[in-house]
Design a protein around this ligand. Structure first.
Ligand code: UDP
Length: 369
């Protein structure tokens, strides 16, 4: 049996690509190294609770087409992400908003908050931010930087804030209103029944082989397909010939607790430097669960080593230059398309991954929409 497409990776990118190609009559084979589909958005039921095994995934988008698309494969609940930061026992609302400013400084009005931030920016002497530290101070001042950003960011990325890109912190809204919604996007929610069911629906009718490491059996699988869609790490595809790119790895310590409610919120960030984990997820709160037990996961961030699972691409000047070299090799692989967070080495959110997969498959099949 030959396939039009051998798709490596059953995460969102691979599943969307496969779904669209299959719909147009293309023969697709999807491979995944893991023993399950859905990549890092994989959820599994434990004690009646959908557990996000590879970390919290909250779907949010500003793109009505992507929102309409995902709603064809799942019903989304009305979850709104409103994480809380715990700094040495002091609790602050995130993202940075009037609730945070009130708790930090006792300010009551937006004007007072703006004044406080302005005076801290001036005292720090920042005009044109060159790195994450300066960008953070330019957005919210030094107090919030010290208590809610510095420790968390350095744990998450394993690098000083002065060596990180300002773009990372620009993901977070700063608001002069009492609004704890972490995202600005108009569409948000979590698929009822979990992400795995949604990905299974995308993959309906498509052959999937699990536990297959494409890179170990490259010749065999390349021979099976006319075109390869590769969603793994681009540097791994080329055998790290220019040296590995940089990624962050995440480890989860998951526990079932015999109590109904552990922390009262789905996400609590530990923003001090000393607590070894970055956040604690209590999974049931993503779906307003009323189960008698609860499942929590402590999230630990670590530097990635070759051979481990890669979660976050570390985007900086050095990796940007290295990625460009891998891109030029990729351009010569005429029958291979690289896509997704790892294939494109981009810190994409789920909606962006879906949009990129749709763009790619439409270009591939010569479709206009
Ligand atoms: N961040 C922070 N303090 C927080 C939460 C986030 O400083 O309590 C910063 C940090 O630099 C982090 C970035 O915001 O890398 C993006 O965080 P987010 O939680 O959105 O990233 P995710 O891991 O969910 O993609």
């Amino acid at each position: 049996m030959r396939y039009d497409y051998v798709i490596v990776g059953a995460g969102l990118y691979g599943a969307v690509f496969a779904h669209e190609a299959h719909k147009k009559g293309k023969r697709c084979l999807v491979l995944d190294r893991r023993d399950h589909v859905a990549g890092n958005v994989y959820t599994e039921e434990v004690e009646g609770i959908q557990v996000h095994r590879y970390g919290a995934h909250i779907f949010h988008t500003s793109d009505p087409a992507v929102w309409a698309y995902v709603n064809r494969f799942a019903t989304f609940n009305h979850y709104i992400n409103a994480p809380v930061a715990n700094y040495k026992g002091e609790l602050y609302n995130l993202p940075f908003n009037m609730n945070t400013f009130n708790r930090m400084w006792g300010v009551i009005t937006p004007r007072e908050a703006e004044e406080k931030i302005r005076s801290q920016i001036a005292a720090a002497g920042i005009t044109a931010p060159r790195n994450l530290e300066e960008q953070a101070i330019a957005l919210v001042g030094t107090d919030i930087y010290e208590k809610l950003i510095k420790g968390y960011t350095e744990k998450q990325w394993g690098r000083p804030c002065t060596e990180l890109s300002p773009s990372i912190i620009k993901r977070l809204p700063v608001r002069m209103t009492f609004d704890n919604n972490y995202f600005n996007d108009p569409y948000q929610g979590i698929p009822e029944g979990g992400y795995t069911a949604m990905v299974e629906k995308l993959l309906e009718g498509i052959e999937v082989r699990l536990g297959v490491d494409f890179l170990q059996e490259r010749e065999r699988y390349c021979a099976l397909g006319d075109r390869i869609v590769f969603t793994g790490c681009i540097d791994a595809y080329f055998g790290y010939c220019y040296g590995p790119l940089q990624y962050r790895n995440v480890r989860f310590e998951t526990e079932v607790l015999d109590i109904p409610n552990y922390q009262g919120n789905a996400v609590i960030n530990y923003t001090d430097r000393e607590t070894p984990y970055t956040r604690v997820i209590e999974h049931k709160h993503f779906a307003f669960g009323k189960q008698p037990k609860t499942v929590i996961s402590r999230e630990y961030s670590a530097e990635w080593q070759v051979g481990e699972e890669a979660y976050y691409p570390v985007q900086n000047e050095e990796t940007g230059a290295l990625y460009a070299r891998y891109r030029s090799l990729a351009a010569k692989e005429k029958n291979v398309l690289f896509g997704g967070r790892l294939g494109e080495f981009q810190y994409y959110d789920m909606d962006k991954v879906i949009a990129r997969a749709l763009e790619a498959v439409r270009a591939e099949l010569g479709l206009t929409e």
